[in-house]
Write a protein of this length. Structure first.
Length: 149
């Protein structure tokens, strides 16, 4: 959710979500952390993050021009690991971007890969009353549960 809207509106959206809860309301959503090693919960997968998986798949995409060697992938992965949240649109990493890459304010390209990543700490800061759970095998997405209890 948070990666799909501009940062300025994200704070307002979080406030609206928090205000919408009554004593019996519960909501949950999943999110990916660019730091999480997928092989921890899915041992049949190679070691590395979802960011690495996406970038390695994009190496062979005909419209991908930026990725031409492993060092480029490693550099992008390291930048993503240092970010509180980021977007990976095809091979371009956007660290805590503004509305210029917002799904709601831009038109994407056909076949475009659009992925958002958030650290566990960042999600916990956005939803201080939420509970952030680690991924459950064989998945690698974290879960955030929101309730008013």
């Amino acid at each position: 959710m948070a990666g799909m809207i501009a940062r300025g509106t994200m704070d307002g959206a979080v406030g609206s979500i928090d205000a919408a809860f009554d004593k019996e309301a519960v909501a949950a959503f999943t999110f990916c952390d660019a730091r999480y090693d997928r092989s921890l919960t899915s041992p049949d997968l190679p070691s590395g993050s979802d960011v690495r998986k996406i970038l390695e798949q994009l190496e062979y995409k005909t419209s991908s021009h930026t990725i031409n060697q492993t060092s480029n992938i490693d550099e992008i992965i390291e930048r993503a690991r240092r970010a509180n949240w980021c977007l990976l649109i095809d091979e371009r990493l956007h660290v805590e971007p503004g509305p210029e890459v917002c799904n709601q304010e831009r038109v994407g390209s056909p076949g475009e890969s659009y992925n958002s990543y958030f650290t566990v700490d960042y999600m916990a800061s956005l939803f201080p009353h939420g509970i952030v759970l680690p991924p459950v095998s064989p998945e690698w997405q974290h879960c955030c549960i929101l309730s008013d209890e």
